[in-house]
Design a protein around this ligand. Structure first.
Ligand SMILES: Nc1ncnc2c1ncn2[C@@H]1O[C@H](COP(=O)(O)OP(=O)(O)OP(=O)(O)O)[C@@H](O)[C@H]1O
Ligand SMILES: [Mg+2]
Length: 248
């Protein structure tokens, strides 16, 4: 069953077409990677799904569990079980890690908060009383955010660049967290331009210039992304296909 569907979504921002008749399906309980080059429209896609302000004036539809999300606020979507981990996690001056995780947690016990910190590789004793502010490194903040999402137990997790600002050792923890979401029957849509993240997924969706270029097996899309996308100058894929046809 598809937990999330984008149906022919077209969005213009600042006079530019950012999402161009984008359709995609996300299967319940599976880990997906939405991969594409810089500026492809990946974060925009996440923002549209989450319903952030400035991203609601589009054509097409977004369905969650078969129902349109049109007209629902970010809070209403969150209550339905959709959450977004930001490309740049927010800081909350004055709020402790414990209070931050507890605010979103389903089970608000200290044990659960500690378990979530442990799952992202942050020693609970060292971190639970720290402040979620600039004294945490970018990678630590990202992991605290991920711990809060684990504790939240959402149905659908959108993760924008889960590996950005993360060192190699911590990256393994992020990848383990993806598996924990799966064990808990949550669905993951990881947004990335990293092959390492792509390889953690079960399904791949390849985006370029706001269009779905290809979807399916991670191995096939990884090969295509590495060989064709990385060296490419991101010409619109439809124009490129026409040019390829002319050359052939
Ligand atoms: N509010 C906006 N107004 C105008 N253009 C925008 C706006 N938001 C995004 N864009 C443009 O839309 C395009 C897609 O942006 P988006 O952030 O979705 O890309 P991305 O695939 O997430 O890229 P990256 O890998 O760099 O994070 C970019 O060209 C960006 O400049
Ligand atoms: Mg982005």
């Amino acid at each position: 069953m598809n937990i999330l569907q984008l149906k022919d979504v077209t969005l213009d921002l600042g006079g530019k077409r950012i999402l161009n008749h984008l359709s995609l399906d996300v299967r319940e309980g599976h880990i997906h990677a939405l991969i594409g080059p810089n500026g492809a429209g990946k974060s925009t896609t996440a923002n549209v799904i989450m319903g952030l302000s400035g991203y609601n004036d589009f054509e097409g539809d977004v369905l969650f569990q078969g129902e349109s999300l049109r007209g629902l606020s970010v809070d209403q979507r969150a209550r339905r079980g959709i959450t977004l981990a930001w490309q740049e996690p927010a800081r909350f001056e004055g709020l402790s890690v414990r209070a931050f995780i507890r605010a979103a947690a389903k089970d608000k016990s200290d044990d659960k908060i500690r378990e979530a910190l442990d799952q992202v590789g942050l020693e609970p004793g060292k971190y639970i009383d720290r402040a979620v502010d600039k004294t945490l490194s970018g990678g630590e903040r990202k992991r605290v955010e991920l711990a809060s999402i684990l504790a939240m137990e959402p149905k659908l997790v959108l993760m924008d660049e889960p590996d950005s600002g993360i060192d190699v050792e911590a990256l393994d923890r992020i990848f383990q967290a993806l598996k924990i979401f799966k064990q808990k029957q949550a669905t993951v849509l990881a947004i990335t331009h990293s092959l390492a993240v792509l390889r953690q997924a079960e399904h791949a969706l390849l985006l370029c210039c706001g269009r779905m270029v290809d979807k399916g097996s991670v191995d096939r899309i990884a090969y295509y992304f590495e060989k064709k996308c990385v060296p490419c100058d991101h010409l619109d894929p439809v124009v490129r296909l026409a040019e390829d046809a002319n050359v052939g």
